[in-house]
Design a binder for this molecule. Structure first.
Ligand code: PTJ
Length: 282
C-alpha cells in the first residue's frame, strides 16, 4: 500500500489532513484559481480551527442544519463561489446545489475573466451545467461594495433571497444584508464582521461544513415546509456566536489546567511524541 496520499503527503503524518488542505490551496493557487490573499485567508482560518479543536462543534452542527432548512425554504437560493471555495470544495458545492435546488455563482474579490472561467470549468467538471456570474453575465451591481465583488448576475445573487458564502470579508456580507438578502456564512472566525453580519453563521471549516450540510440536505429535502420552518424558527445567530466564543474560552481554560500541556488536543501520533519527550527528560 502506498504510504502517500494523492497530494504526496505521508498518510500517517500527524497533520496529514491539514497539510492536504494546504496542498489543495497551493495547487489551486498555481493553477490560477486561488488568489494570493486566499493563501493568507487560509492561514487565519487555520488558527481559528486550532482553537475550535479542528472538529465540528455542536453549535456549528446546529447552524448547518438551520442553514440547510433555510436553503430548502428559499425561493431563489444561490451559492457564491470564490477561489478558496473552488479549490477546496468544488465537488461538494455542486452536490449541495443539486440537493437544495440552488444556483451557483462565481463572485470574486480579485476578479479577472481568466479566474472566473477557471473556477466555472472546475465546477462544470463536477457536473454543474449552469454557472452564473462569469464575464458579461455579471450584469448588475450590489450597492455599497467597493470591490469588483459588487458585480453580480441578475439571475443569481442580484435576485436571490438567500446567499450561501464562505471565506469572505465583511463588506460584502453587510452589503448583501442591506440589499435585503438572507446570508449564510461559513467562517471559522466568530469575531469577523462576516460572522456578525450574517443571518446564519456556521463557525466551522468549509471542508467539514459542506459534507455535513449535504447529509442534512439528503435528510431534510423529504420534509414538508412546516417541519423546515420549525427548524429555522427558534434559531438565534447571536446566541450561536456567543456559544462559539464560550466554547473557545472554556477549551483554553481547560488546557491550562492539564498536567501535561497539550495532551488532550493531540492525536495518537503527538501523544507518542509527548511520551518520547518525557522519556528524554527523565
Ligand atoms: O477568491 P477571491 O478573489 O474572491 O478572494 C477571496 C479572499 C481570500 C481575498 C477574501 O475572501 C478574503 O480576503 O477573506 P478574509 O477577509 O481573509 O476572510 C476570510 C475568513 O474566512 C477569515 O475569517 C478566516 O478565518 C475564514 N476562513 C479561512 N479559511 C477557512 C475559513 N472559514 C471556513 N473554512 C475555511 N477553510
Amino acid at each position: 500500500m502506498d504510504k502517500f496520499n494523492l497530494h504526496n503527503i505521508l498518510k500517517n503524518h500527524p497533520r496529514a489532513e491539514s497539510l492536504t488542505i494546504r496542498e489543495k490551496l497551493v495547487k489551486g493557487f498555481k493553477k490560477g484559481i486561488v488568489a494570493t490573499a486566499g493563501l493568507i485567508a487560509h492561514g487565519r482560518g487555520e488558527c481559528f480551527d486550532y482553537l475550535l479543536g479542528e472538529k465540528t462543534q455542536p453549535f456549528a452542527f446546529e447552524a448547518e442544519k438551520v442553514a440547510v432548512a433555510t436553503l430548502l425554504l428559499s425561493s431563489n437560493p444561490v451559492i457564491s463561489v470564490n477561489g478558496n471555495t473552488a479549490a477546496l470544495c468544488a465537488r461538494e458545492v455542486v452536490k449541495l446545489s443539486k440537493l437544495v435546488n440552488a444556483k451557483v455563482e462565481v463572485n470574486l474579490f480579485y476578479r479577472s475573466l481568466k479566474r472566473e472561467k477557471l473556477i466555472a470549468k472546475t465546477l462544470r467538471r463536477y457536473g454543474l451545467s449552469k454557472v452564473l456570474g462569469v464575464g458579461g453575465k455579471a450584469d448588475k451591481t450590489i450597492p455599497s461594495i467597493s470591490s469588483l465583488r459588487c458585480k453580480v448576475d441578475s439571475e443569481g445573487i442580484f435576485s436571490a433571497d438567500t446567499v450561501l458564502l464562505a471565506i469572505e470579508d465583511g463588506d460584502r456580507t453587510s452589503a448583501l444584508r442591506k440589499a435585503g438578502k438572507r446570508v449564510i456564512a461559513i467562517d471559522l472566525n466568530p469575531f469577523s464582521r462576516t460572522a456578525i453580519w450574517a443571518s446564519i453563521t456556521i463557525v466551522d471549516n468549509l471542508v467539514r461544513a459542506l459534507p455535513n450540510m449535504i447529509r442534512f440536505a439528503e435528510a431534510l429535502r423529504k420534509k414538508d415546509r412546516k417541519d423546515l420552518e420549525g427548524i429555522v424558527e427558534s434559531y438565534n445567530n447571536d446566541n450561536m456566536l456567543k456559544e462559539a466564543v464560550r466554547f473557545i474560552n472554556l477549551r483554553l481554560k481547560n488546557l491550562c489546567k492539564e498536567k501535561v500541556f497539550g495532551w488532550s488536543i493531540c492525536g495518537e501520533e503527538f501523544q507518542r511524541m509527548f511520551l518520547e519527550k518525557e522519556a528524554l527528560s527523565r
